[in-house]
Design a protein around this ligand. Sequence first.
Ligand SMILES: [Fe+2]
Ligand SMILES: [Fe+2]
Length: 150
Amino acid sequence: MDITDQEKIENILYKLKSDNNITQMKQYVQHGRVSTYEHCERVARFCYLINKRFGLNADVETLLIGAMLHDFYLYDWHDKDDTHKWHGYHHADTALANAIRYFEVNEEIQHIIWCHMWPLNISRFPKTKEARIVCFADKCCSIVETFCKR
Ligand SMILES: [Fe+2]
Ligand SMILES: [Fe+2]
């Protein structure tokens, strides 16, 4: 990833990244010692790389915003709280509701968030290129974060 790539990513994400609701994700642990904020940022960068490397021609703005918001559920899923029990199945809906509430995201972005947990949520198959990239990148980053405890 060169400077121009970094700039492109920053240009698309800087507004979101400075938003108070988004920075709240820094308080919550995702995997190991990684915050949800770091995780979403990493997924976004990885999506960008996959798209570039394989010449997939995805819409980069949709891709990056969807990736940054895919886990925007705003709680710590490690808390022993009954409402977090089915986190794996339900957090995409919570993230989606937050994304709509705070950022009025379009349908393409909504779809990315809604289906990112496929195949755990088996009926939510990612229908767009952007959604498939985020779904794949999320799995890769989650595995690395869990096992490397970075
Ligand atoms: Fe997720
Ligand atoms: Fe994720």
